[in-house]
Design a protein. Structure first.
Length: 255
């Protein structure tokens, strides 16, 4: 991390799944510590691709992604696995192992830190288990340690997903549409939880989302994307109608 507090620096990031059809075009952004960055824009504009390029779930076509002094784009095999341990991920569809308990799902966030043999035997250090119980309290699921994941509501599953990501003790947290499957009340609760974790633990969070209202309410900074490009990058108070038209196009939908 730089002296100025920059955790992540993306430079000239491009991604094309097919030649001549870019999904991301020359994306540049920096993420600071203890910040909430919301990425908004219409469907198909590259928001999820951006998030997934950062942790290399999707391979960038070109550009650099500097994280903790290392260009993630250049990492391979073991170095990439080690870097990914420091980047937590919260998914839209939770990505829990349904047949496992809440506690077992949380402890899977430590799989990058224990041997395959210990993981198979589900033999985790006591401090990991204590941390998991602490996180269950933080996300409001105390008493659910032994519940199967498939018995939980959508909001509860997303809380488990957040706790599992934090179990990695990440330096950066990515969230890909974490509220899109949830009702409005639960969406606010999940955004508040992500915000509290970012503040209390000093973990910057990048959230790809559709809900402009939630972005304005919780984000320190909003990045607006259109056609695979960043067309807005400023504090929520500057997200006026003209910026929304630039991001989403037209104005009929605004009335």
């Amino acid at each position: 991390m730089s002296a100025a507090g920059t955790v992540l620096s993306v430079r000239h990031l491009c991604k094309s799944y097919r030649a001549g059809q870019p999904v991301l075009t020359d994306v540049n952004l920096e993420v600071m510590i203890r910040s909430i960055t919301a990425v908004i824009g219409p469907s198909g504009t590259g928001k999820s691709t951006l998030i997934r390029c950062i942790n290399r779930l999707v391979e960038p076509t070109s550009g650099s992604i500097m994280f903790e002094g290392t260009d993630l784009v250049r990492l391979r095999r073991r170095e990439l696995r080690e870097a990914r341990r420091r980047v937590g991920m919260v998914f839209q569809e939770y990505n829990l192992v349904e047949r496992l308990t809440v506690m077992e799902n949380l402890l899977s966030g430590r799989l990058g830190y224990v041997s395959a043999w210990k993981a198979w035997r589900r033999s985790f250090p006591r401090e990991d288990i204590e941390r998991a119980f602490e996180l269950l309290n933080i996300v409001g699921l105390e008493g659910f340690a032994d519940a199967r994941a498939d018995s939980l509501s959508g909001g509860q599953r997303q809380r488990v997903g957040i706790a599992r990501a934090v179990m990695q003790q990440p330096s950066l947290l990515l969230a890909d549409e974490p509220t899109s499957s949830l009702d409005p009340k639960t969406s606010v609760e999940i955004m508040q939880l992500l915000t509290d974790i970012a503040r209390d633990r000093g973990i910057p969070v990048i959230i790809n989302m559709h809900d402009v209202g939630l972005a304005r309410r919780f984000a320190d900074r909003i990045i607006g994307m259109a056609g695979g490009c960043v067309v807005f990058d400023a504090v929520p108070g500057l997200l006026a109608d003209d910026a929304l038209k630039k991001i989403y196009g037209g104005e009929d939908w605004m009335h």
